[in-house]
Design a protein around this ligand. Structure first.
Ligand code: NAP
Length: 524
């Protein structure tokens, strides 16, 4: 399928005179073809179409929405190797990684299809009328969740498939009953177009209103900003920088009708090495840590950017092992020239900080947009006085914080901003100290991990990929797993509404679905 460079607005292909080119980060060369940049007219058209599609799409039988999500997955698989090859050219990510990411993308679409069929997402609650209750009767109260309306999804640079056009936010929004307008990431417009065409083909095959999906490519800040400001848009999903996320949060909150922005922004994912774990396996921990740190050139939001432990000979063994392992890691192509430049700047800033010591760097080899791993160290007392050391350096950079004692370790943890994850390495002998740290960590992060590494996020029902600000804009939500559907729904209560007017799922003769009946959970 030839990539055309056109926008996809409600299934229609649109070409614009203003264009931009993707860059192959491995070579620094431009990639063909030129891509149309969406303008104000395109924003208006996509939002109008999404709004008119919303009214029927939101009431579509969940089974039909499930079939649609499965059709999107099938269409993505039907793109074959072309999708992987274009993704590789635009991101520098290895083909094997993109093959895994495609499977994850398709599986999460299928997971949401299953979720739709189970019905729990509807949030049905029924408190039957109590006409004889004294002193006052109770009305008949019925609750369900309804979709918010059209959602704008910003494709992420670091997951061209799983967090982009048909990624987690899109799958969750479409499952919830919300049309989606994707603002494609300017780094991978060809990958976006291919996946966008797969979604459009599924819209057509399932006979859905065409405004259910649009893809607007472009590389101007105005494009994303006008989408977030548009009156028909009711929620935003974003993965990227803190600067970008907070700019969009501001626009959304200053609208006449403010809307939620679910922005995933920055996280350094602290890993705490507890004393007995360090004493018994310092060398293995050092080696495994470097594996997690340098995976995918460190370009994961869950990258372990901070390690904390009590200072001493065991930590020294960990550091020596990590330094030896990192010294063998070749530099890796980063996603974009901009991300590479930001990485170099962040590493340089840490290296020049007089409270910070450089422990090790990855192998040095000249390569376009290649990032070398970097490992630094600082004392706990300096860390809490130098906030710049806790800033995310997106890439394979991490800081080891040497704490004088347990009290300082707690002080350092308390000092941290909100995180996506926190990890503890421990043995049974570390249980007492771990139980004192856990209440701190659960206030700080959305996911707590024992004896593992934060990279690698399972797409599942119990997963939380979110956390307190600034890891995300709203720590009550997740962008991965079936709970993500909740971010695009809101509850409505129907009080004494006659059966004929009630939504089908709440009528007295409705097929039995999971619900809360007079406060008690009923499975079917
Ligand atoms: P980004 O610059 O925030 O861009 C993400 C998306 O938002 C792009 O579509 C971008 O448009 C748009 N955008 C950014 N700022 C905007 C603004 N002020 N107004 C309207 N739209 C805006 O993120 P990135 O390109 O992925 O990477 C840059 C940095 O983000 C990295 O160096 C890293 O620090 C961080 N990052 C963090 C994570 C994480 O999960 N923690 C993931 C990826 C990146 P364009 O396409 O036109 O640029």
């Amino acid at each position: 399928m030839a990539i055309s460079g056109e926008l996809l607005i409600g299934g229609q292909r649109v070409r614009r005179p203003e264009t931009f080119l993707a860059v192959n980060p491995s070579t620094g060369e431009n990639l063909q073809p030129p891509f149309s940049s969406a303008n104000a007219e395109d924003v208006e058209k996509a939002c109008e179409l999404a709004w008119s599609a919303f009214h029927s799409y939101r009431e579509l039988d969940p089974e039909k929405r499930a079939q649609f999500l499965e059709a999107v997955g099938d269409q993505i698989m039907a793109l074959g190797d072309e999708l992987l090859e274009r993704g590789h050219a635009e991101s520098g990510l290895p083909l094997a990684r993109l093959t895994g990411e495609r499977a994850r993308t398709v599986n999460q679409l299928r997971l949401f299809a299953d979720e739709l069929r189970k019905g729990g997402w509807m949030g049905l609650r029924i408190d039957p009328a109590l006409p004889d209750r004294k002193p006052l009767p109770r009305s008949d109260l019925r609750q369900r969740k309804i979709p918010l309306g059209p959602v704008v999804v910003f494709g992420a640079s670091n997951f061209p498939l799983a967090f982009s056009v048909a990624g987690g936010d899109t799958a969750a929004a479409l499952a919830a009953g919300c049309p989606v307008i994707v603002k494609g990431h300017s780094a991978h417009p060809g990958t976006s177009e291919l996946v966008g065409r797969a979604v459009s083909a599924a819209v057509e095959a399932c006979n859905l209103p065409r405004g259910v999906f649009s893809l607007l490519n472009g590389n101007s800040r105005a494009l994303g900003q006008s989408l977030v400001a548009h009156r028909h848009v009711r929620a935003v999903g974003f993965t990227g920088s803190r600067v970008g996320g907070t700019a969009l949060m501001k626009i959304a909150s200053e609208r006449k009708e403010p809307i939620p922005v679910y922005a995933e922004m920055s996280s350094i994912n602290p890993v705490v090495l507890l004393p007995n774990a360090l004493a018994t396996r310092a060398e293995a921990l050092g080696k495994d840590f470097v594996g997690s740190l340098t995976l995918g050139a460190g370009q994961f939001c869950t990258n372990p950017g901070l390690v904390l432990a009590l200072d001493g000979p065991d930590l020294k063994r960990f550091v020596e092992s990590a330094a030896a392992a990192l010294g063998q890691v070749p530099p890796a192509t980063m996603l974009t020239p901009g991300i590479h430049a930001a990485y170099e700047k962040g590493v340089d800033k840490l290296a020049r900080n007089d409270r910070v010591t450089t422990i090790a760097r990855g192998l040095d080899k000249a390569g376009v947009n290649c990032g070398r791993g970097a490992l630094f160290t600082i004392t706990g007392s300096d860390f809490v006085q130098h906030d710049e050391v806790a800033e995310e350096v997106f890439g394979a950079s991490s800081v080891v914080v040497r704490c004088a004692d347990e009290a300082e370790l707690v002080r350092v943890l308390e000092h941290l901003e909100g995180q996506l994850t926190s990890t503890l390495h421990l043995t049974d002998e570390d249980t007492a100290i771990a139980s004192r740290l856990l209440p701190v960590l659960e206030r700080k992060a959305g996911r707590l991990i024992a004896n593992g590494w934060p990279t690698g996020v399972e797409v599942a029902h119990a997963m939380v990929h979110g956390g307190p600000y600034p890891s995300t804009s709203d720590g009550r939500s997740t962008s991965v797993g079936t709970l993500a559907i909740e971010r695009f729904l809101r509850p409505v209560c129907y009080q004494d509404i006659p059966d004929a007017l009630l939504p089908a799922a709440l009528r007295r003769d409705a097929p039995k679905r999971p619900r809360r009946l007079d406060g008690v959970y009923v499975a079917d």
